[in-house]
Structure formats: C-alpha cells, structure tokens
Design a protein around this ligand. Structure first.
Ligand SMILES: [Zn+2]
Length: 68
C-alpha cells in the first residue's frame, strides 16, 4: 500500500504495485514494492566496498605467503 508523504497517510486501492495518485493531494505515490532498484550511489558504494575487501584479501594472502 503506497504511502503519501504529503498527507502522511496510506493511499487506498493499490494492488498491482503501480504508481497511484493520492486522492487527497493528487500526487503520485509509489508503493514500496514498486520502488526502483538501488540508486546508483548505493551501487557505487557496494562496488567500492567489494573492491576494497578484495584488495584487503589480496594483501592478506600476500602477507600470509610471506610468513609461511
Ligand atoms: Zn496526498
């Protein structure tokens, strides 16, 4: 059920997850299920974390090989 932030209430009648118009203010509100995928900056953050952890794993492997 979509949530209208302008009216601070739920918009009735949503079922398919498509954007709905709030009867109170007329704004288009989207249900949580219809939210787009993660924003680009979140993907960038995840990619950076993965790259960093991979680099750290590589460093750890090199350190381990040097101490065997
Ligand atoms: Zn509204």
């Amino acid at each position: 059920m979509p949530w209208c932030e302008a009216c601070s209430r739920f918009v009735e009648g949503s079922d398919t997850g498509s954007p709905e118009r709030c009867p109170g203010c007329g704004r288009t509100v989207a249900s949580h299920a219809a939210e787009p995928s993660a924003p680009w900056h979140f993907k960038l953050l995840v990619a950076a974390v993965v790259a960093y952890l991979g680099f750290r794993a590589y460093q750890g492997a090199v350190w381990l090989l040097g101490h065997l």
